[in-house]
Design a protein around this ligand. Structure first.
Ligand code: DAH
Length: 358
Protein backbone atom coordinates (compact mmCIF):
# COMPACT_ATOMS: atom_id res chain seq x y z
CA UNK A 1 0.00 0.00 0.00
CA UNK A 2 1.35 3.44 -0.86
CA UNK A 3 1.95 5.97 1.89
CA UNK A 4 -0.85 8.07 0.38
CA UNK A 5 -3.30 5.18 0.67
CA UNK A 6 -2.06 4.46 4.15
CA UNK A 7 -2.76 8.06 5.21
CA UNK A 8 -6.26 7.78 3.75
CA UNK A 9 -6.84 4.56 5.70
CA UNK A 10 -5.54 6.15 8.93
CA UNK A 11 -7.99 9.02 8.49
CA UNK A 12 -10.97 6.73 7.79
CA UNK A 13 -10.20 4.47 10.76
CA UNK A 14 -9.62 7.41 13.10
CA UNK A 15 -12.81 9.19 12.04
CA UNK A 16 -14.80 5.98 12.44
CA UNK A 17 -13.37 5.33 15.92
CA UNK A 18 -14.02 8.94 16.93
CA UNK A 19 -17.62 8.64 15.81
CA UNK A 20 -17.98 5.39 17.78
CA UNK A 21 -16.30 6.65 20.97
CA UNK A 22 -18.74 6.75 23.86
CA UNK A 23 -16.63 8.59 26.43
CA UNK A 24 -13.73 11.01 26.75
CA UNK A 25 -11.36 8.21 27.67
CA UNK A 26 -12.14 6.39 24.39
CA UNK A 27 -11.49 9.61 22.45
CA UNK A 28 -8.11 10.04 24.06
CA UNK A 29 -7.17 6.51 23.04
CA UNK A 30 -7.86 7.49 19.43
CA UNK A 31 -5.66 10.57 19.75
CA UNK A 32 -2.77 8.49 21.15
CA UNK A 33 -3.17 5.84 18.45
CA UNK A 34 -2.95 8.47 15.71
CA UNK A 35 -0.59 11.19 16.85
CA UNK A 36 0.87 9.86 20.11
CA UNK A 37 4.58 9.08 20.35
CA UNK A 38 4.01 5.68 18.81
CA UNK A 39 0.99 6.75 16.78
CA UNK A 40 0.32 5.74 13.17
CA UNK A 41 0.59 9.27 11.82
CA UNK A 42 3.72 9.97 13.88
CA UNK A 43 5.34 6.87 12.39
CA UNK A 44 4.64 8.08 8.86
CA UNK A 45 6.04 11.53 9.60
CA UNK A 46 9.14 9.93 11.04
CA UNK A 47 9.52 7.82 7.89
CA UNK A 48 9.39 10.85 5.58
CA UNK A 49 13.17 10.82 5.14
CA UNK A 50 12.91 7.60 3.17
CA UNK A 51 10.54 9.12 0.59
CA UNK A 52 11.52 10.47 -2.77
CA UNK A 53 11.79 14.24 -3.34
CA UNK A 54 8.53 14.43 -5.28
CA UNK A 55 6.60 12.23 -2.82
CA UNK A 56 7.70 14.14 0.28
CA UNK A 57 5.73 17.44 -0.14
CA UNK A 58 2.65 15.51 -1.27
CA UNK A 59 2.80 13.18 1.69
CA UNK A 60 3.65 16.06 4.06
CA UNK A 61 0.63 18.04 2.86
CA UNK A 62 -1.71 15.07 3.14
CA UNK A 63 -0.34 14.12 6.57
CA UNK A 64 -1.11 17.64 7.80
CA UNK A 65 -4.62 17.43 6.39
CA UNK A 66 -5.16 14.08 8.09
CA UNK A 67 -3.90 15.46 11.39
CA UNK A 68 -6.11 18.52 11.09
CA UNK A 69 -9.14 16.38 10.18
CA UNK A 70 -8.53 14.00 13.07
CA UNK A 71 -7.94 16.83 15.56
CA UNK A 72 -11.02 18.67 14.34
CA UNK A 73 -13.13 15.53 14.68
CA UNK A 74 -11.67 14.84 18.12
CA UNK A 75 -12.46 18.37 19.33
CA UNK A 76 -16.00 18.26 18.01
CA UNK A 77 -16.70 14.82 19.45
CA UNK A 78 -15.08 15.81 22.76
CA UNK A 79 -17.51 18.69 23.07
CA UNK A 80 -20.46 16.44 22.26
CA UNK A 81 -19.41 13.81 24.77
CA UNK A 82 -18.68 16.38 27.48
CA UNK A 83 -22.14 17.86 26.98
CA UNK A 84 -23.86 14.50 27.13
CA UNK A 85 -21.83 13.40 30.15
CA UNK A 86 -22.91 16.60 31.90
CA UNK A 87 -26.50 15.98 30.90
CA UNK A 88 -26.33 12.43 32.28
CA UNK A 89 -24.73 13.57 35.52
CA UNK A 90 -27.30 16.30 35.97
CA UNK A 91 -30.10 13.81 35.42
CA UNK A 92 -28.56 11.32 37.87
CA UNK A 93 -27.75 13.84 40.57
CA UNK A 94 -30.79 16.04 40.15
CA UNK A 95 -32.63 17.05 43.29
CA UNK A 96 -36.37 17.21 42.91
CA UNK A 97 -37.17 20.32 44.86
CA UNK A 98 -40.88 19.65 44.49
CA UNK A 99 -40.71 16.47 46.63
CA UNK A 100 -42.03 16.95 50.17
CA UNK A 101 -39.21 17.22 52.73
CA UNK A 102 -38.53 14.62 55.40
CA UNK A 103 -40.22 15.84 58.55
CA UNK A 104 -38.52 15.46 61.92
CA UNK A 105 -40.92 13.53 64.16
CA UNK A 106 -42.87 16.07 66.16
CA UNK A 107 -44.02 15.29 69.70
CA UNK A 108 -47.12 16.65 71.37
CA UNK A 109 -48.30 17.68 74.76
CA UNK A 110 -48.50 15.02 77.46
CA UNK A 111 -52.04 13.93 78.36
CA UNK A 112 -51.74 15.48 81.83
CA UNK A 113 -50.74 18.87 80.43
CA UNK A 114 -53.49 18.85 77.86
CA UNK A 115 -56.09 18.06 80.53
CA UNK A 116 -54.72 20.93 82.65
CA UNK A 117 -55.01 23.21 79.65
CA UNK A 118 -58.56 22.13 79.06
CA UNK A 119 -59.40 22.97 82.69
CA UNK A 120 -57.72 26.36 82.29
CA UNK A 121 -59.86 26.99 79.21
CA UNK A 122 -63.02 26.16 81.12
CA UNK A 123 -62.24 28.32 84.16
CA UNK A 124 -60.80 31.23 82.17
CA UNK A 125 -64.03 31.10 80.18
CA UNK A 126 -66.00 31.88 83.34
CA UNK A 127 -63.69 34.66 84.46
CA UNK A 128 -61.01 32.98 86.56
CA UNK A 129 -57.30 33.79 86.36
CA UNK A 130 -54.54 31.16 86.36
CA UNK A 131 -51.97 31.40 89.16
CA UNK A 132 -48.65 29.71 89.75
CA UNK A 133 -47.16 28.85 93.13
CA UNK A 134 -43.88 27.47 94.46
CA UNK A 135 -43.40 23.70 94.50
CA UNK A 136 -40.87 24.07 97.28
CA UNK A 137 -42.96 25.59 100.00
CA UNK A 138 -42.80 26.44 103.69
CA UNK A 139 -44.77 24.60 106.32
CA UNK A 140 -46.73 27.79 106.90
CA UNK A 141 -48.27 27.91 103.42
CA UNK A 142 -48.70 24.17 103.01
CA UNK A 143 -50.28 23.54 106.44
CA UNK A 144 -50.45 26.26 109.09
CA UNK A 145 -52.21 28.95 107.07
CA UNK A 146 -54.61 26.25 105.88
CA UNK A 147 -55.85 25.68 109.42
CA UNK A 148 -54.06 22.34 109.73
CA UNK A 149 -53.38 21.61 113.44
CA UNK A 150 -49.77 20.94 114.54
CA UNK A 151 -50.47 17.29 115.26
CA UNK A 152 -52.25 16.54 112.00
CA UNK A 153 -50.82 13.27 110.58
CA UNK A 154 -50.31 14.76 107.10
CA UNK A 155 -47.60 17.00 108.60
CA UNK A 156 -45.43 14.05 109.60
CA UNK A 157 -42.33 13.10 107.63
CA UNK A 158 -44.18 9.94 106.64
CA UNK A 159 -46.63 11.95 104.56
CA UNK A 160 -44.54 14.96 103.55
CA UNK A 161 -41.13 15.33 101.91
CA UNK A 162 -39.22 17.80 104.07
CA UNK A 163 -36.15 19.53 102.68
CA UNK A 164 -33.42 18.62 105.14
CA UNK A 165 -30.94 21.20 106.31
CA UNK A 166 -27.81 19.01 106.60
CA UNK A 167 -26.03 21.61 108.68
CA UNK A 168 -28.43 20.98 111.51
CA UNK A 169 -27.37 17.34 111.82
CA UNK A 170 -30.59 15.80 110.54
CA UNK A 171 -31.39 12.30 111.67
CA UNK A 172 -33.36 11.29 108.59
CA UNK A 173 -36.66 12.44 110.03
CA UNK A 174 -35.74 16.08 110.21
CA UNK A 175 -38.82 17.86 111.40
CA UNK A 176 -40.72 15.17 113.24
CA UNK A 177 -42.22 16.77 116.26
CA UNK A 178 -40.77 20.13 115.36
CA UNK A 179 -43.49 22.31 113.95
CA UNK A 180 -41.86 25.39 112.53
CA UNK A 181 -43.62 27.68 110.15
CA UNK A 182 -40.48 28.24 108.12
CA UNK A 183 -39.61 24.55 107.65
CA UNK A 184 -39.16 23.89 103.95
CA UNK A 185 -40.96 21.04 102.20
CA UNK A 186 -42.15 19.84 98.79
CA UNK A 187 -45.79 20.88 98.69
CA UNK A 188 -48.20 18.00 99.24
CA UNK A 189 -51.12 19.94 97.76
CA UNK A 190 -51.71 23.03 95.65
CA UNK A 191 -53.92 24.50 98.41
CA UNK A 192 -51.04 26.72 99.61
CA UNK A 193 -51.52 28.84 96.48
CA UNK A 194 -54.88 29.90 97.99
CA UNK A 195 -52.92 31.61 100.75
CA UNK A 196 -50.54 33.30 98.29
CA UNK A 197 -53.56 34.51 96.30
CA UNK A 198 -55.29 35.97 99.35
CA UNK A 199 -52.09 37.67 100.53
CA UNK A 200 -51.42 39.10 97.08
CA UNK A 201 -54.67 40.95 96.53
CA UNK A 202 -58.04 42.03 97.79
CA UNK A 203 -61.19 40.08 96.91
CA UNK A 204 -62.88 39.45 94.59
CA UNK A 205 -60.62 36.47 93.89
CA UNK A 206 -61.50 33.97 91.17
CA UNK A 207 -58.46 31.85 90.46
CA UNK A 208 -57.18 28.39 89.66
CA UNK A 209 -53.64 27.13 90.28
CA UNK A 210 -52.49 24.01 88.46
CA UNK A 211 -49.28 22.34 89.53
CA UNK A 212 -47.18 19.42 90.68
CA UNK A 213 -47.43 18.04 94.21
CA UNK A 214 -45.34 15.45 96.04
CA UNK A 215 -46.04 12.76 98.62
CA UNK A 216 -43.84 9.95 99.99
CA UNK A 217 -45.97 7.21 98.44
CA UNK A 218 -44.77 4.08 96.71
CA UNK A 219 -45.86 4.13 93.06
CA UNK A 220 -48.66 1.60 92.47
CA UNK A 221 -51.77 1.45 90.26
CA UNK A 222 -53.47 4.14 92.39
CA UNK A 223 -50.54 6.22 93.70
CA UNK A 224 -47.65 8.26 92.34
CA UNK A 225 -45.10 10.07 94.53
CA UNK A 226 -45.47 13.06 92.22
CA UNK A 227 -48.74 14.06 90.62
CA UNK A 228 -50.82 17.07 89.64
CA UNK A 229 -53.65 19.06 91.12
CA UNK A 230 -55.65 22.04 89.96
CA UNK A 231 -56.56 24.21 92.93
CA UNK A 232 -59.44 26.65 92.77
CA UNK A 233 -60.36 29.57 95.01
CA UNK A 234 -63.23 32.02 94.94
CA UNK A 235 -63.55 34.79 97.56
CA UNK A 236 -66.20 37.45 97.11
CA UNK A 237 -69.18 38.97 98.87
CA UNK A 238 -72.11 36.62 99.28
CA UNK A 239 -70.53 33.42 97.97
CA UNK A 240 -72.55 30.35 99.01
CA UNK A 241 -72.41 26.58 98.70
CA UNK A 242 -74.83 27.03 95.80
CA UNK A 243 -72.07 28.84 93.88
CA UNK A 244 -69.68 26.00 94.64
CA UNK A 245 -72.16 23.41 93.40
CA UNK A 246 -73.16 25.32 90.29
CA UNK A 247 -69.52 25.83 89.33
CA UNK A 248 -68.41 22.25 89.93
CA UNK A 249 -71.53 20.81 88.25
CA UNK A 250 -70.76 22.84 85.13
CA UNK A 251 -67.10 21.86 85.29
CA UNK A 252 -67.85 18.13 85.64
CA UNK A 253 -70.34 18.15 82.78
CA UNK A 254 -67.79 19.92 80.60
CA UNK A 255 -65.05 17.42 81.47
CA UNK A 256 -67.02 14.17 81.43
CA UNK A 257 -70.10 14.79 79.33
CA UNK A 258 -73.78 15.16 80.10
CA UNK A 259 -74.43 11.47 80.63
CA UNK A 260 -72.23 11.14 83.73
CA UNK A 261 -73.82 11.51 87.16
CA UNK A 262 -72.15 13.72 89.79
CA UNK A 263 -72.53 13.40 93.53
CA UNK A 264 -71.42 15.47 96.51
CA UNK A 265 -70.36 13.45 99.53
CA UNK A 266 -69.65 15.02 102.96
CA UNK A 267 -65.99 14.95 103.92
CA UNK A 268 -63.51 16.77 106.13
CA UNK A 269 -60.68 19.11 105.18
CA UNK A 270 -59.03 21.41 107.77
CA UNK A 271 -59.31 24.48 105.51
CA UNK A 272 -62.96 24.23 104.46
CA UNK A 273 -66.20 24.00 106.42
CA UNK A 274 -68.39 22.38 105.32
CA UNK A 275 -66.30 20.16 103.06
CA UNK A 276 -67.20 17.55 100.49
CA UNK A 277 -65.77 15.21 97.94
CA UNK A 278 -67.16 15.05 94.43
CA UNK A 279 -67.58 11.73 92.66
CA UNK A 280 -68.38 11.05 89.01
CA UNK A 281 -70.31 7.94 87.99
CA UNK A 282 -68.10 5.16 86.66
CA UNK A 283 -67.82 5.21 82.87
CA UNK A 284 -67.02 1.51 82.67
CA UNK A 285 -70.13 0.13 84.42
CA UNK A 286 -72.27 3.32 84.33
CA UNK A 287 -72.85 3.16 88.06
CA UNK A 288 -73.66 -0.53 88.38
CA UNK A 289 -70.39 -1.34 90.13
CA UNK A 290 -67.30 -2.97 88.67
CA UNK A 291 -63.67 -3.67 89.47
CA UNK A 292 -62.61 -0.30 88.07
CA UNK A 293 -64.73 1.65 90.59
CA UNK A 294 -64.19 -0.91 93.35
CA UNK A 295 -67.86 -1.87 93.04
CA UNK A 296 -69.10 1.51 94.21
CA UNK A 297 -70.23 2.82 90.82
CA UNK A 298 -68.42 6.11 91.59
CA UNK A 299 -64.96 7.60 91.17
CA UNK A 300 -63.71 10.51 93.27
CA UNK A 301 -62.23 13.44 91.36
CA UNK A 302 -61.97 16.37 93.73
CA UNK A 303 -62.26 17.80 97.22
CA UNK A 304 -64.03 21.07 97.89
CA UNK A 305 -65.73 23.19 100.48
CA UNK A 306 -66.54 26.63 101.83
CA UNK A 307 -63.33 28.39 102.91
CA UNK A 308 -63.02 28.18 106.70
CA UNK A 309 -63.32 31.65 108.33
CA UNK A 310 -60.01 30.96 110.13
CA UNK A 311 -58.26 30.60 106.78
CA UNK A 312 -59.69 33.89 105.52
CA UNK A 313 -58.73 35.65 108.77
CA UNK A 314 -55.13 34.33 108.75
CA UNK A 315 -54.67 35.76 105.26
CA UNK A 316 -56.09 39.15 106.22
CA UNK A 317 -59.60 38.80 104.82
CA UNK A 318 -62.61 39.68 106.99
CA UNK A 319 -64.97 36.65 107.11
CA UNK A 320 -67.81 38.96 108.18
CA UNK A 321 -67.59 40.69 104.79
CA UNK A 322 -66.38 37.96 102.47
CA UNK A 323 -66.98 34.27 101.98
CA UNK A 324 -65.61 31.81 99.47
CA UNK A 325 -65.27 28.30 98.23
CA UNK A 326 -62.26 26.23 97.26
CA UNK A 327 -61.62 23.01 95.43
CA UNK A 328 -58.72 20.75 94.53
CA UNK A 329 -58.93 18.49 91.48
CA UNK A 330 -56.70 15.45 90.99
CA UNK A 331 -55.57 15.67 87.36
CA UNK A 332 -54.35 12.06 87.09
CA UNK A 333 -57.70 10.89 88.42
CA UNK A 334 -59.51 12.87 85.78
CA UNK A 335 -57.27 11.25 83.14
CA UNK A 336 -58.07 7.78 84.51
CA UNK A 337 -61.75 8.51 84.58
CA UNK A 338 -61.87 9.84 81.08
CA UNK A 339 -59.87 7.07 79.49
CA UNK A 340 -60.55 4.20 81.91
CA UNK A 341 -56.83 3.80 82.67
CA UNK A 342 -56.21 0.82 84.94
CA UNK A 343 -52.83 2.02 86.28
CA UNK A 344 -51.59 5.55 87.06
CA UNK A 345 -48.01 4.54 86.37
CA UNK A 346 -48.75 4.33 82.64
CA UNK A 347 -48.79 8.13 82.65
CA UNK A 348 -45.16 8.45 83.69
CA UNK A 349 -43.45 5.46 82.09
CA UNK A 350 -42.82 7.25 78.79
CA UNK A 351 -44.10 4.39 76.60
CA UNK A 352 -44.79 6.14 73.31
CA UNK A 353 -47.26 3.46 72.18
CA UNK A 354 -49.43 4.52 75.11
CA UNK A 355 -48.79 8.28 75.08
CA UNK A 356 -49.28 8.75 71.34
CA UNK A 357 -52.94 7.81 71.65
CA UNK A 358 -53.91 11.06 73.33
N1 DAH B 1 -55.82 19.73 99.06
C1 DAH B 1 -56.74 18.60 99.10
C2 DAH B 1 -55.98 17.32 98.85
O1 DAH B 1 -54.86 17.36 98.41
C3 DAH B 1 -57.81 18.77 98.06
C4 DAH B 1 -58.73 19.89 98.40
C5 DAH B 1 -59.85 19.65 99.18
C6 DAH B 1 -58.49 21.18 97.99
C7 DAH B 1 -60.73 20.65 99.50
C8 DAH B 1 -59.37 22.20 98.30
C9 DAH B 1 -60.49 21.93 99.07
O2 DAH B 1 -59.18 23.46 97.91
O3 DAH B 1 -61.36 22.93 99.37
O4 DAH B 1 -56.49 16.28 99.11
Amino acid sequence: MSVIDELGAIRERALARIADATDLKGLDEVRVAVSGRKGELTAILHGMGALSAEERPQVGKLANEVRAAVEGALAARREELAASELRQRMAAEAVDVTLPGRRAPLGHEHLINSIIEEMEDFFCGIGYTVMDGPRVETEYYNFTALNTPPDHPSRSARDTFYVVDESEGADGLPTTGVIGESNVLLRTQTSGVQVHAMEAGEPPIYMIAPGTVFRPDQADPNHLPQFHQVEGLVVDKGITFGDLKGTLDAFSREMFGQDRQIRYRPHFFPFTEPSCEVDVSCGVCHGKGCRFCKNTGWLEILGAGMVDPNVLRMSGIDPEVYSGFAFGIGVERVACLRYDLPDLRMLVQGDMRFLRQF
